[in-house]
Design a protein around this ligand. Structure first.
Ligand SMILES: C[S@@+](CC[C@H](N)C(=O)[O-])C[C@H]1O[C@@H](n2cnc3c(N)ncnc32)[C@H](O)[C@@H]1O
Length: 289
């Protein structure tokens, strides 16, 4: 958060934990895991590329959710390498563990861990990764310092976050909804999913934490959703804790009007079988000197 007010920080931490460990969130991520993994495959590939993986590496994946990109990294570092996948709550990481088991991955373990106080000794890992998690961390520079602490000298971080708010993923879904419902204004100090759309912000936070050679790269990938607009919207509305809060405030007629508009917008991105949309992401990297 861009505040040092301890009470505000505590409220944000409480809400973050509540949102991401809530049973509805966990159930929705289980339900949509395969479709989402396919839709955001380009983001996983961006982490794998930025991570400069080598067989034998010891990797810590933060905020792993239901296993992206931890499972792909485990496959890439091979039997001589190892991945520790972590998340705030047991629900999400439990699903990741089930998937790893199904895929026959043996070089990965799963831990409940808050990025703000990682339960690992100094200089444990060669690499720390995170996909679509960093933007939620309450105090990002402090969290990045935790990453530095657990990295070996010469070790690296590779993070992928969302880019601009002005992208179809939002403008054709939640932004439409918000036209039809009055919501309290967002706390300008609070982290939010698309905050690193601000150019240079991720790089400057990595630099502030003490990473050498901190960089960010903005990239547009394409998300493919092999199902109908209605199913895409159902997924978006169920997985995001904040989205469910907006929907809960809407009257049925307002929701129906908004959803008609959302389906039209999504149909414009579909060839009748597959929805394809550009997704702007930001890739952040840095090394421990
Ligand atoms: C949008 S999900 C991303 C999950 C996964 N990495 C992916 O790309 O699909 C965000 C994840 O960040 C986790 N998270 C949020 N704050 C965290 C924190 N302080 N420490 C650890 N995990 C956190 C949440 O529990 C959630 O699983």
């Amino acid at each position: 958060m861009s505040t040092t007010d301890p009470a505000k920080l505590e409220r944000y931490r409480y809400k973050l934990r509540q949102d991401w460990t809530d049973e509805q969130t966990v159930t929705a991520w289980r339900k949509w895991q395969a479709g989402l993994a396919g839709f955001t495959r380009g983001a996983t590939e961006a982490v794998l590329e930025a991570a400069q993986l080598r067989p034998g590496m010891g990797v810590l994946d933060l905020a792993s959710g239901v296993g992206d990109p931890a499972l792909s990294i485990a496959a890439a570092v091979g039997a001589s390498g190892h991945v520790t996948a972590t998340d705030l709550g047991p629900g999400m990481i439990g699903i990741a563990e089930e998937l790893a088991h199904k895929q026959g991955l043996r070089n990965i373990d799963f831990r409940v861990a808050d990025v703000e106080s990682l339960p690992f000794p100094d200089q444990t890992f060669d690499l720390v990764t995170c996909r679509f998690g960093v933007m939620f961390f309450p105090e990002q520079v402090k969290a990045f310092r935790e990453c530095l602490r657990v990295l070996k000298p010469g070790g690296r971080v590779a993070f992928v976050v969302w880019g601009t708010k002005q992208q179809p993923f939002l403008t054709s879904t939640i932004d439409v909804l918000l036209k039809y419902v009055e919501m309290p204004p967002l706390d300008p100090d609070a982290p939010h999913a698309f905050m690193f759309g601000e150019r240079g912000l991720l790089q400057s936070r990595l630099q502030a934490a003490g990473f050498a050679d901190a960089r960010e790269e903005v990239r547009t990938i394409t998300g493919h959703w092999k199902d109908t607009p209605e199913e895409f919207w159902r997924q978006v509305s169920e997985i995001g804790p904040q989205h469910r809060a907006v929907l809960a405030k809407m009257s049925s007629p307002a929701r129906a009007t908004a959803e008609t508009e959302i389906f039209d917008a999504l149909r414009n991105l579909s060839d009748g079988t597959v929805i394809s949309m550009p997704l702007e992401i930001v890739i952040g990297t840095g090394t421990r000197a």
